[in-house]
Each structure stands twice: as C-alpha cells, then as structure tokens.
Design a protein around this ligand. Structure first.
Ligand code: UDX
Length: 443
C-alpha cells in the first residue's frame, strides 16, 4: 500500500486524509498551522463537517493518520503527496497561487533529499496550465530533479461538496486523472482503483484537460442555478406560477436532469463564486470574452439583492422594524460563511435601517466588523420574537420543521419570505402573509 501525504488540511485535504486512513492507508496530513495540527492529532475537527469527527477519531486511534507541521517530514516518509492547499481569489477575480507555489517549493526541497521516486498529485483547483507551468517548474527548480524521471506528476480535481464531504470523497461519480506522463498516470490510476475497489470510473487525460474539468463542471452547475434564479424572477411576475413546479418538470427531461435547479438566494461558498470568476478572468486574459460566465455572476449578485427587496417590500418603512433572518451558513450542514447570501441580504436590510436578528443552528456569530449591528439570537423562537418579517436564507432541517403557528405565535407580524422554498405555499398562505422566491401572486 502506498503511504500518502496530504499538503493542506482544509475541506479537501482533511476529507481526503481521513478517507484514505479509513481504508487502512498510512496518511500524514501536513499543515503549517500548529493549532490545526494539534487539533487534528487530538481528534478535534478544525471545522464543522458531518462525519468528520468520527472519521478523524478512527484515523488517529487506528494510527493510520497523523498531522505534521513539517512538510519535509511528511514527504520524506511517504510515496505519494497530494497538494490540497487553498487557491483563493485575487482582487481582479484571478486565482492567487501563493500557497501552490510555497507547497511546490517545500515539496521540491524535500524531494531533493529523497532518493526514491515520488508521485506528486495536484488536487487544489488550479487554472489550466498551472500544474505544468508552476508546480512542475517550481518542484524541478527546488529539487534539481526531473518530472517524469525522478518524480511523477498528476492533476486530480476534487468534486466534494461541503456538508457531504466525506460521503462525496468515498463515493464520487467519477475520478479524473490528468497525467504528465504515462508512468505517473498509471500509478495514480492504480492507487485510486485500489482505494475505490474499481467501483468508480477513472477518466485519464492530459494535465490541462483535468484542470479544466473542474472549472467547466463548476461553471455548468453555477449556470444551472443562475438559470433557475432567472426563471424564478420571471415566474414571480405571473399570478399562479410557481418555479418549483416549472423546474420539477424541466428537470425530468433527461437532457437537463433535476439537480441544481433549485431557485433560492443565490449560490455562495468557497467554490462557485471564486471558480466562475477565475475562469472568466482567465478567459479574458487569453483574449476570449466569456459573456455566459459574466451573466451567471450578474444574475447571482442580483438574486441576493432581490431577496432583500422582497423583504423590504413586505416590511414597509424599515426604520425600527425587526427582521428575523433564519440561516447564516451558505448552505446547510456547514459553518462556512464564505460568499454566503445571508450576509449580502443582512447588509442590505441593515443599510435600509431595519434591525436584523439572525439565527443559525451552527454559525453562532458573524465576527466581521461591518456586521456589528447584526443581532444574534440563540434559538428560532428568540429570533422570531417581535419580528415584523422573517426571511429563510438557509434550508436547515430545523427550519423545515417550522409550522405557520411557530411564526404566528412569536412574531409581531407573521410575514414569511421563503428564499429557499422549504414551505408549502398553500398551507402558509392560508395562515399568514407568505412570499417566496419564484412564486407568483395567488390567482
Ligand atoms: C460545489 C460543487 O457542488 C462541488 O462539486 C465542488 O467540488 C465545490 O463546489 P459546495 O460549494 O460545497 O460544492 O456546495 P453545493 O451544494 O454545490 O452548493 C453551492 C451553492 O449553490 C450553495 O450556496 C447552494 O445553496 C447553492 N445552490 C445549490 C442553489 O442555490 N441551488 C441549487 O439547486 C443547488
């Protein structure tokens, strides 16, 4: 069995690490953050992710997994290294490669001292050309070794979703192996076939195609969401129309499929907004306009504003009124606030002069200075108490279980804006004022 090191312990890195460890591989998770390494070794997940707790405990107790702050040690004691560091956004929307470069330098320096062949696999999301032009060249420069001869190089994009990261890592739909040379690709394919017991299709291709697959996939999914949101806004203008009925029917066409057609508050998180912007910036730098990607982002920005407008239109004069905002995380089952529509909506409501009280089952505080005015409730009831309007921004199960009575009992005025379409319009409309994304007025 190959020994594996993982460079970077974010969602992708740590999920990959615990999943390999769960199947008996010896894994070293390398992070330069000492606190993170201590937490991992103490079986404490550094972020909220269902199933991570148990998988981490199992990995550490079985001694298959340990965290290290020394990347050199992690590389020298293993046969394969996955690079899973973050590739954040630059101010112009392009990707920031500083963590990729530093991981490649550390890998190169470690490989210089290693005599055996080592396989390097880039898992971080990187713009086409990065693995060959940045990772390979940096490793070769710092190691004085040659790719293809002394070390192998592959690109293996990751498609896990936060909130189901462990499940997605263990059971992906497909695995992409971008290979620098045949030896590298064959080695990674064999490792992944062993790990997935041959149950997952492995698609082999060149490095740049593999890099592009990740962007093309995320761009397509983001496009589906913006399409559904645009249709939702049109549906709202027609009495009697409901976007959920329309999309359910559209999705049944096998050429479309029903997933990622849920109109809502717009897409957030660490991938879609960043990756669509990075692809657009990349395309433009290469002299290709990307009007579709621009439109996807424009519709997405407009969607959060549109939800805030729905709330304001129900509220009347916002000054002195309280809005209950249910859900802060960008999606359920995560504590991640990156690009969360909740923050865009809250900012607009606060700016308009409303009081905003937020409740989320997992995110207990928004610590950013521009949200000092945002109030935090410690339960749904406290959040709804005395409110003049409630907006549901994240579809947590706890909110799905609420009934019209919960709103009627606690709110000053029972008005609900359902930005995630979790309630039955008929049931709610009979009991209170109910507005929802993609729902036209009653006929
Ligand atoms: C996404 C991709 O799904 C995953 O393959 C990739 O590896 C990383 O990016 P993630 O961001 O974790 O995963 O979550 P996802 O479930 O895709 O949701 C992203 C955003 O889209 C969320 O804000 C969600 O609320 C929104 N969304 C999703 C919709 O608004 N409507 C939908 O129908 C689906």
């Amino acid at each position: 069995m190959q020994r594996i090191s993982i460079i970077g312990t974010g969602y992708v890195g740590l999920s990959t690490a615990v999943c390999f460890a769960s199947r008996g591989y010896h894994v070293i998770a390398a992070t330069r953050n000492e606190e993170n390494a201590r937490a991992i070794n103490a079986q404490q997940p550094p972020f909220y992710e269902p199933g991570l707790d148990a998988a981490l405990t199992h990995g550490i107790r079985s001694k298959c997994l340990r965290a290290e702050t020394s990347r050199a040690k992690a590389v020298s004691e293993t046969d394969v290294s996955f690079i899973t560091v973050a590739t954040p956004e630059q101010p112009d929307g392009g990707i920031d490669l500083r963590y990729i470069i530093s991981a490649s330098e550390d890998l190169g320096r470690a490989l210089q001292k290693k005599d055996t062949y080592h396989l390097v696999v880039v898992k971080s999301t990187v713009i086409p050309g990065t693995t060959r032009e940045v990772v390979k060249l940096t490793i070769e420069r710092t190691s004085q070794r040659a790719a293809g001869r002394d070390f192998g190089l592959c690109m293996n994009p990751e498609f896990l979703r936060q909130g189901s990261a462990i499940e997605d890592t263990l059971h992906p739909d497909r695995v992409i192996v971008g290979e620098y040379d045949a030896r590298s690709g064959t080695l990674l394919e064999a490792l992944l076939n062993e790990f997935y017991e041959g149950a997952v299709p492995v698609l082999k291709m060149g490095l740049e195609s593999a890099e592009m697959v990740k962007y093309a996939s995320n761009a397509f999914l983001a496009t589906k969401i913006s399409y559904a949101n645009e249709m939702a806004t049109v549906c709202e203008t027609v009495p009697g129309v409901d976007v959920t009925h329309v999309m359910a029917a559209v999705g049944l066409d096998p050429r479309v499929n029903p997933q990622f057609l849920n109109a809502g508050a717009g897409f957030g998180g660490s991938c879609f907004p960043k990756d669509v912007k990075a692809l657009r910036t990349f395309a433009e730098k290469h002299g290709t306009q990307a009007p579709l990607l621009r439109a996807v982002l424009t519709v997405n920005e407009a969607q959060a504003r549109h939800v805030a407008q729905l709330v304001l239109s129900c509220l009347g004069e916002p000054e002195g009124k309280k809005v209950a905002l249910l859900g802060l995380a960008f999606k359920p089952n995560t504590d991640d606030l990156r690009e969360a529509p909740s923050l865009k909506i809250a900012a607009q409501l606060l700016e308009a002069g409303a009081r905003v009280s937020a409740y989320d089952p997992v995110v207990k505080k928004v610590a950013f200075s521009e949200f000092e005015a945002l109030e935090h409730a410690d339960s749904v009831q406290a959040c709804l108490a005395g409110a003049h309007c409630c907006v549901v921004v994240t579809e947590w199960d706890e909110f799905k279980a609420l009934t019209p009575d919960d709103f009627i009992t606690h709110m000053a005025k029972p008005i609900v804006v359902d930005a995630r379409r979790i309630y039955d319009p008929q049931e709610f409309r009979q009991r209170l004022r109910y507005k929802a994304v993609g729902l036209g007025d009653e006929r």
